[in-house]
Design a protein around this ligand. Sequence first.
Ligand SMILES: *Cc1c(COP(=O)(O)O)cnc(C)c1O
Length: 483
Amino acid sequence: MTASQAILQGLAQDGGLFMPTEFPRLDKPLKELAPLSYQETAYEVMKLFLTDYTEEELKSCIAKAYDSKFDTEEIAPLAKADGAYFLELYHGNTIAFKDMALSILPHLMTVAAKKNHVDKEIVILTATSGDTGKAAMAGFADVPGTRIIVFYPKDGVSRIQELQMRTQKGDNTCVAAIEGNFDDAQTGVKKIFGDKELEKELARAGFQLSSANSINIGRLVPQIVYYVYAYCKLLAGGEIKDGEAINVVVPTGNFGNILAAYFAKRIDLPVKTLVCASNENKVLYDFFSTGTYDRRREFILTNSPSMDILISSNLERLIYLSTGCDAQADKELMRELAEQGSYRATDSMRAFMSDFWGGFASQEESGAAIRKLFEDCGYLIDTHTGVAAAVYGKYKKETGDRTAAVIASTASPYKFAPSVMAAVKGEAAVQDKDAFAVVDALSEMSGVPVPQAVNEIRTAPIRHSRECAPEEMENLVKNVLGV
Ligand SMILES: *Cc1c(COP(=O)(O)O)cnc(C)c1O
């Protein structure tokens, strides 16, 4: 299986996730990478994994992805505040970190389709907790030879997120609200992928399914880039010495972003601890502290909705590595998770994962971190990054570790304006106010201009109004495709 085939297919035939057969190593010293642009760094990292793409193909994908869609030439700037480095991953089209990978995935996929002589139309099926769906549609909108269908939890996304999705342009895009939560949407999508009858039926009609979720290895690889880039910028700016280790703090849901940071470590980026920050859906915190992964618990709707997840799909990849790459053992544990709702890691697996430190923060703790950062440093972060900042505070307190830390800042505060405003100024400041009125007040308070992505949905017409029950997802797909 080549990289381009894995990207095209999304999920392996047996329902498992694709993994590189071995970890490559950065083939240039970090000092040499330090002065490179984001695009140049992207090439140096992605070429190591996407080995069947030619230099020309890869560079062209990178150039098309990381262009003026981003509102800064740095693409992923670092901001120093309160002694930590916030890696701002929200300067793309849809103001969340999903843009970092989903700006390039459509290009990687269309090149892959050409390379592999695919004659069918590619249908991207995506479950979203709010940010992936919009970023994927923005990436795939009107890309020839592709269609995209997105499912989001009806009451599980912010007002701005919902409007962003429902106003999406592009004749090949479709969005449906699921009467359920994110896990219902993700499970439904996985089920459709696993349905061999449907696969044949779709093939006869000229369609082939693929995924834009972080189960697709084509999402993961572009996410490794910004950790290498952040390290290089710290090095170039004299903030760290060559070879000095950094810690990475990641607000986590599906475990994709933090796994990319781990992959960066595996290709020789000096990373010490990976701090995995969860919100009140703290299944990962429990896993890292007890060794038992147990999804049988109440699903809590929080103001960091993109982390409201109880089945963190990408953990499957770390589990695989932790078993010494025993695919059968990994499969067995995932089956236990699906059938019994839990599984237990062995001591050797846990030892393998000891570079991860799990923490969680309540909505109050995350809010307090947002407020403190704004009051002390004048720096505004969103609710997801707030969880990371709060957990990082706990990490420092518990361990005393003062290693330089990069905190992944995963969304613009404007995407969650009412929650951010309430954190800084109290609930009264947002009560009975329309989301856009709060957006304007937030801009006035912070002096940060309102991003284009928010301004354009103020008046954009609603184009999508589909709703369905989780068990109707397959029918909806057929219906949309006219099969
Ligand atoms: C998706 C998302 C996350 C969680 O990332 P995972 O890769 O799913 O762990 C965190 N914050 C924001 C804003 C997101 O959109």
